[in-house]
Design a protein around this ligand. Structure first.
Ligand code: SIN
Length: 292
């Protein structure tokens, strides 16, 4: 197994490994450390079935069954389908997943360690891939915040709400998302999260606030909270923190959901098919001990 860093603010390729067989304990530790260090890891050319994909994900922690779980692989409710493709005129996957900057599961009391996507179909135009996934580095975003802001926000929390992103997507023209049901809202009520948290693999502080789900800073007047969140979102949006993954079919991509935010670029048309399998890995294990 060879780790080839991208040389950018995030990203590495993990080459010479076949994920149809389980990683050895040593390989797993190497991958976990690389996830902390590089944030986004691409395993190219992986020809694995749904069961092997889910088993790879489970190695990192419990797999979430999405609260809105509209589309998943048969017999695998934990493996969601993200796609713009249709069958008999009906969508076969969630067509607008992740199209806005966010961090998966920041709205959940138990947060997520990682997302894993396996590219089945990648849209192309004029020979170039479309539908990039973009990332921002939240270790670097924290490190470069003004010292006085770091001091004043240390120990504070912010409220995150699943409904914020869902309702934003629903408000877009032509959205196929139904309103959230009372039951779905009840299962994912707003939660408070630390604005800065210690990353379980790197042991470093990260900025854990994202435009997709973060609503307000707790215990602060609304206008002050809005101004600080605007500042934090503008700061993390600076180009110096940005990395984009350009997809190739059969890429398997795992990214750190604590140390990065991400955005799915919707630059392809309905007749340019994209099909991704996705699992969301909850942070249910002692990663500090596992990476040591
Ligand atoms: C996601 O937010 O998990 C989806 C990202 C993508 O489809 O590129």
């Amino acid at each position: 197994m060879r780790i080839v860093p991208s040389g950018e603010i995030l990203g590495a390729r993990i080459e010479d490994v076949d994920l149809s067989a389980p990683l050895t304990d040593g390989e797993f530790r190497t991958v976990l450390r690389a996830l902390g260090e590089h944030g986004v890891l691409c395993f190219p050319d992986q020809h694995i079935d749904v069961a092997a994909f889910a088993a790879f994900g489970r190695r990192f922690g419990t797999l979430e069954i999405n609260v809105a779980n509209m589309f998943h692989e048969p017999d695998f409710p934990e493996v969601m389908i993200l796609s713009n493709m249709t069958r008999d005129g009906k969508p076969i996957g969630l067509g607008d997943a992740g199209q806005g900057w966010h961090t998966d599961m920041s709205y959940s009391r138990e947060i997520a360690l990682a997302n894993i996507l396996h590219a089945q179909r990648v849209p192309h135009r004029d020979g170039a891939p479309l539908g990039d996934t973009q990332f921002r580095n939240m270790h670097a975003a924290y490190d470069t915040l003004p010292q006085d802001l770091k001091r004043s926000l240390e120990g504070r929390t912010a409220t995150h709400d699943f409904a914020k992103f869902w309702d934003m997507m629903r408000a877009r023209p032509g959205s196929a998302r139904p309103p959230l049901t009372e039951e779905q809202r009840r299962r994912k009520p707003p939660v408070s999260q630390p604005i800065f948290r210690i990353h379980p693999i790197t042991g470093r502080r990260v900025l854990y606030a994202n435009p997709g789900y973060t609503m307000r800073i707790d215990g602060m007047p609304q206008d002050e909270s809005d101004a600080i969140l605007d500042f934090l979102f503008a700061h993390q949006a600076e180009d110096r923190f940005l990395y984009a993954h350009h997809w190739t079919e059969n890429d398997l991509l795992i990214w750190d959901n604590i140390g990065t935010t991400h955005n799915a670029v919707a630059d392809y048309r309905a007749d340019e098919p994209r099909y991704m399998r996705r699992v969301q890995v909850m942070a249910t294990l002692d990663y500090a001990a596992m990476a040591a």
